[in-house]
Design a protein around this ligand. Sequence first.
Ligand code: WQD
Length: 330
Amino acid sequence: MKVLVTGGLGFIGSHTVVDLLNEGYEVVIVDNLVNSKEDVLSKIKKITNKDVTFYKIDLCLKEDLRKIFEKEKIDSVIHFAGLKAVGESVEKPLMYYENNLISTINLLELMQEYGVYKIVFSSSATVYGNPKSLPIYEDFPLSTTNPYGTTKLMIENILTDLYKSDNKFDITILRYFNPIGAHKSGLLGEDPNGIPNNLMPYIVRVATSKLPVLNVFGNDYNTVDGTGVRDYIHVCDLSYGHVLALKNKKTGLKIYNLGTGKGTSVLELVKRFESVNHVKINYQITKRREGDIDSCYASNEKAVRELGFNPKYTLDDMCLDSYNFIKNNN
Ligand code: WQD
């Protein structure tokens, strides 16, 4: 079985490629390297001792992508590629709508033309907006508060309409909660360019003295200690969820939350990180970040029941592995 992985050199994509190769799939990666590095390819090969085909392609250039469908006999697709910085999407909405939507429409049109009907799509819990209650179930109302999240919701709608028009498609939408951590080898992980937007990469930069202090965005939320609560899931649990999605015998249009079902506050995560890594994280409480919500965590019951999804890594693993990756790569 040959799987086309778009964005396969990115944080979640690269971990998923490792799992696919270990499960015996053939993998073809397309990535434009806007938010990833080509040397990840050698790390994937080192971890798996397997070859993987890579094409540097911008999915917005349909005729370039067509060449891949001409050359490779693709059986299924996992679609990670897309711009994903919330703040940047607010500043540059047109760039986000053009890139994330055109790339996806090109991909889906070529899939249909070449008779490739199985796709797993990388969506996000951000499509739930500010949930009415917790935990969050897949049938909850959807709303978004930034262009990045809106592109995810629009793509979910495109996939839904596509399935209604052509039910040969077998579509799985995976809504990620907060992926953190890194591969145990220390070879793959998350190291965003510039100042990190997300919490864990920022904590790691403070732990390694690359940044002086962590700004905790508000401690007046309605949570256990006033700081924001999220459902952190180890990237290796998340990546294996994609293998399970490909193996799922259920066909049609399916939607699953990929989270642990547990909520952790900012300060709880900081304390765990300090404890397991024996470091001190300087932090200061600052004002809330625009658009943040108090709490967000998943019900993952449907993924457990239908996919056999079974997150096994703990918060301690996530903290240890995140730090281990950066120590190995700086
Ligand atoms: C987590 C918590 C912050 C940074 C985002 C996207 C979502 C998905 C995951 C792509 C919040 C607090 C953060 C910091 C802080 N991305 N925080 N200081 O906002 O839950 O989700 O990333 O799919 O779409 O929205 O993740 O890591 O940015 O924030 O206090 O420097 O940490 O307020 O409570 P978020 P995050």
